[in-house]
Write a protein that binds this ligand. Structure first.
Ligand code: ZN
Length: 503
């Protein structure tokens, strides 16, 4: 069983903002979690570089498109370090030799299926979305996503016979062969399918694209429309079409087998991932993704993140100020499974101080300090089990399963809460066993088996906190596990794990 997980690939007309960091971190948690459970994982991210948006941004700046694209793509790829991302592959659609060949291959397969036709077309086009809209889809004549008026575009394009796949798509989604989650998004997709799927334009004139993009195979006057091009990255990065007729090894392993193929996407691109992309694959005779997981958006101080309004929080800058752990923890612990979440720096600081410094950090420090004070740093063997330690061990035994279930339901907040439960239970165990009183009772008397039991159970719980925290906070988790691992038979002396950010 394999697990292939992808983020969407963002346009690179501007630098990355916090909203995209959410998707990167969510995908990273899934990848790390599956790896920690022994599953073979491939995690892909990348950048969408062949869009008209990038051309217009470069024109506005007076720089060459490739220069703008290279510069901004680097800013996305470089998020790997501050956000502690573990992607295995990063595809850049304008530069990667795998991509051009793969897109042409995908196009040829759909052409062979008879799913393209040329047609003159006039439509309302939103450059922000890189999509045509019907009048009924606009809100007061404006793009529902960007609030801008789309421009009328007339040209002859290649069209894809999406309408042909309507019934098949409905069946795949209702049967659960293609799972779209959460269920509200699945219902949204089914409603969209029921409203009737219209064929859509999959190319544009080379002139309007300023010559930027991948030429349509056999029609040099047209370039492949950005959505068609971008969606292909999920399979072109696996080498599809790259080796003549023989399907690439990576493609066979990650896309053609019985493993999971998971796309993480924002709610704004649901239609493209849950309707267009599966239809393209059906047409090409290729397997479909198994799950499309849809996240909502972040707002910043109550406002929608908007590059044009300048309300952009740069994730790398945020990490420079507060650290990787604090930023990841806020994204995972505070953002609900359904509904938008509002970011403020105050919330990030409050959450980090309460959970990281006062929660995880304080617990581990207390426990390690007690082992040093009462047992010279040597973690004792538990010869007995008390009610309190037995209950703590029982909670520990259930924690991994709770994390698994929450992440399988794409609920990061519940998964983080499951790890947090260990902290609460360990603190409760300390309150109930009162190790300092057990230590007092030892003075001049026999060694307390209850104290041994309490310390052993607490160190074990702290270590498990570290292990379960690995997918969420890889750096902090490593430090916690280190604190709980004896070196030469003795635990390292405790120093604070997290600085308090609010001071
Ligand atoms: Zn738009």
């Amino acid at each position: 069983m394999s697990y292939y997980v992808t983020t969407t690939i963002p346009y690179v007309n501007a630098r990355p903002h916090l909203g995209f960091a959410l998707e990167l971190v969510q995908a990273d948690v899934l990848a790390r979690h599956r790896r920690s459970r022994g599953v073979a994982v491939r995690f892909l991210s990348g950048t969408d570089e062949n869009s008209l948006k990038n051309v217009l941004a470069a024109e506005a700046e007076g720089v060459a498109v490739q220069d703008l694209v290279d510069r901004n793509a680097a800013a996305f790829a470089e998020l790997a370090k501050p956000l502690a991302l573990s992607f295995d592959d990063f595809i850049r659609t304008s530069r990667d030799p795998r991509h051009r060949a793969g897109v042409a291959h995908l196009w040829a397969r759909c052409a062979e299926a008879g799913d393209f036709y040329r047609q003159a077309y006039t439509g309302l086009y939103c450059v922000g979305c890189e999509a045509f809209y019907g009048r009924d889809e606009l809100v007061d004549g404006r793009c529902p996503d960007h609030g801008t008026e789309p421009q009328e575009v007339s040209e002859e394009n290649w069209f894809f016979r999406l309408s042909r796949y309507q019934e098949q798509l409905r069946e795949l989604i209702t049967s659960g062969a293609l799972r779209v989650e959460p269920v509200s998004r699945r219902n949204e997709v089914l409603a969209l399918i029921d409203s009737g799927l219209r064929d859509f334009s999959v190319s544009r004139s080379r002139a309007r694209a300023r010559g930027w993009g991948i030429p349509v195979p056999g029609d040099e006057d047209q370039v492949v429309y950005v959505w068609w091009d971008a969606l292909g990255n999920y399979v072109t990065s696996l080498g599809l079409g790259g080796e003549g007729d023989a399907p690439a090894e990576d493609f066979q392993r990650w896309w053609a087998g019985d493993g999971e193929r998971v796309h993480l996407v924002g709610k704004g691109v649901l239609r493209f991932h849950a309707v267009y992309w599966p239809a393209m694959l059906l047409s090409a005779g290729l397997p479909l993704p198994t799950r499309v997981l849809v996240h909502d958006y972040l707002t910043v101080s109550g406002r929608k993140i908007s590059k044009s309004a300048g309300d952009v929080v740069d994730p790398a800058e945020l990490v420079a100020r507060y650290g990787t752990d604090a930023v990841r923890w806020w994204l995972l612990r505070e953002v609900p499974r359904v509904g938008d979440a509002d970011f403020t720096e105050e919330r990030l600081v409050a959450r980090a101080d309460a959970d990281l410094a006062d929660g995880f950090g304080n617990l581990v420090h207390r426990v390690v300090t007690m082992v040093h004070r009462y047992r010279n740093g040597v973690v004792p063997e538990a010869a007995v089990e008390t009610t309190a330690t037995a209950e703590l061990r029982a909670v520990c035994a259930r924690a991994a399963g709770r994390v698994d279930a929450a992440l399988d339901a794409f609920d990061y907040r519940a998964a983080a809460a499951a790890v947090w439960t260990l902290v609460e239970e360990a603190n409760r165990c300390i309150d109930r066993t009162r190790p300092w009183e057990l230590a007092k009772s030892e003075r001049g008397g026999a060694r307390s088996a209850a104290l041994d039991a309490a310390l052993a159970a607490l160190v074990s719980a702290c270590r498990q906190v570290g292990e379960e925290l690995r997918p969420f906070l890889p750096d902090a988790a490593e430090r916690i596990v280190e604190r709980c691992t004896p070196v030469g038979g003795v635990l390292p002396t405790s120093t604070p794990l997290f600085a308090k950010l609010g001071e």
